[in-house]
Design a protein around this ligand. Structure first.
Ligand code: PLP
Length: 396
């Protein structure tokens, strides 16, 4: 009799988003037609920029002509896009060769697939509160999970401790859900830890484009020693609005080796076995992101989300609520007022001012008592949500 992957039985139900949507449908059933101010969404609300749309149209036309038609694409990515991304890194002072850049269908796909590179016995460190896919992908792969709780006392940016024993280290900066971002010294400490212990960092850089402060690393490869201990997983989802179009990239340096095995070569072997590449049309659209006009246009969109963050941060400042994030990330992570629990605060906001956020407890036990606002909503809704928050919590 076939044995299924029994680790699926170890997965916890994704009660967070299911719980939220159930509460929202109950509320709307009781209050039909009410407008909800959705500050919980992790999806972008602005369309793709003009430069990307133009490139997508041109690529569709290419597919209609015998001379320019493209069939299967190279499994690891089209050279035109891998080269553009390597040049983009060079502009930041990070030298990569284009065959260290692998084109993907997005960070979620890669975060799961990349685990193929490690033996089943290797453990995974997850810094909580965390993006739920880290735990779930590791559970499905049957790995031991080492949880490292973070909190207000360390700004949700814990330092490594040589007592921690883990092989794979998930680090997400700027972080979802906390919006916290590691500075150079803090990240260097993790790189040094990984090199000392022979661990490999899976650096999730999905929100790097939101960093605005000088001196904060956008890429782990800005740090000394990272080429021997890190893989960087990137996405155009939030950077350029590709959540529905699907495109990302992963950087695996050629120096990354353990037990005589080279991770870059292993990933080439993995990709050539498990995928036939990302579509030509989408990669053409992605290449437009890395042109000067594309960069200018995506920055304009990011500025809209950043203005939303500013509005929410100003409201929280004037109420006197503690929070992190918002400045270098599209998420604001706040302490629920008056010692309220995450779900209690969720109910209060929904029922009294129709504002919807995400209860922190859904991102790990240490998220209890915290709450996440996303800044991807519309400016109009964000302004009104901030006004309502001030009205509800401002006059004490
Ligand atoms: N990593 C983090 C931290 C995220 O928040 C998300 C999406 O919300 C992803 C990865 C997935 O990105 P993609 O759309 O590229 O799959």
């Amino acid at each position: 009799m076939l044995t299924p992957n029994m680790h699926y039985a170890d997965l916890k139900d994704s009660y967070l988003f299911a719980g939220i949507s159930q509460k929202l449908s109950e509320y709307l059933e009781a209050h039909p037609g009410t407008h909800l101010y959705r500050m919980g969404i992790g999806d972008v609300s602005l369309p793709l920029c003009a430069e990307v749309i133009k490139a997508l149209h041109e690529a569709v036309n290419d597919q209609a002509s015998k001379e320019n038609f493209h069939g299967y694409m190279p499994e690891c990515g089209a050279p035109f896009l891998r080269e553009k991304i390597a040049l983009f890194y060079a502009g930041r002072g990070v030298r990569l060769s284009s065959d260290e850049v692998f084109i993907s269908s997005g960070a979620s796909d890669e975060l799961g697939d990349i685990l193929d590179l490690f033996d089943k016995s290797s453990s995974a460190l997850v810094i909580e509160p965390a993006y739920p896919a880290y735990v779930d992908a590791s559970v499905i792969a049957g790995r031991r999970i080492v949880r490292l709780a973070s909190g207000k006392e360390n700004g949700f940016l814990p330092a490594p401790d040589d007592g921690i024993e883990a092989d794979i280290l998930y680090i997400c900066s700027p972080n979802n859900p906390t919006g916290a971002v590691f500075n150079r010294e803090q990240l260097q400490a993790w790189v040094d830890y990984a090199n000392r212990h022979g661990s490999v960092i899976l650096f999730d850089a999905a929100y790097e484009a939101f960093i605005e402060e000088e001196g904060i690393p956008h890429s782990i490869f800005e740090l000394e020693g990272a080429r021997t201990c890190a893989i960087e997983i990137c996405s155009l989802s939030k950077t350029a609005g590709f959540t529905g179009t699907r495109l990302g990239y992963t950087v695996i340096p050629k120096e990354l080796e353990r037990c005589g095995m080279n991770f870059n070569s292993m990933w080439v072997r993995n990709r050539t076995t498990k995928t036939n590449g990302v579509s030509y049309i989408i990669q053409k659209g992605g290449a437009a992101v890395f042109t000067p006009q594309g960069q200018r246009q995506i920055r304009e969109n990011i500025q809209v989300y950043k203005k939303n963050a500013k509005i929410l941060m100003e409201a929280l400042d004037s109420i006197g609520i503690w929070y992190t994030g918002g400045k270098n990330a599209p998420y604001i992570w706040l302490k629920c007022p008056d010692g309220m629990g995450s779900w209690e605060f969720f109910d209060l906001l929904l029922n009294s001012i129709q504002v919807v956020g995400t209860p922190g407890e859904g991102f790990g036990v240490c998220g209890e008592g915290y709450f996440r606002f996303s800044t991807f909503g519309s400016p109009e809704d964000t302004k009104e949500a901030a006004r309502r928050l001030l009205r509800l919590l401002g006059q004490k």
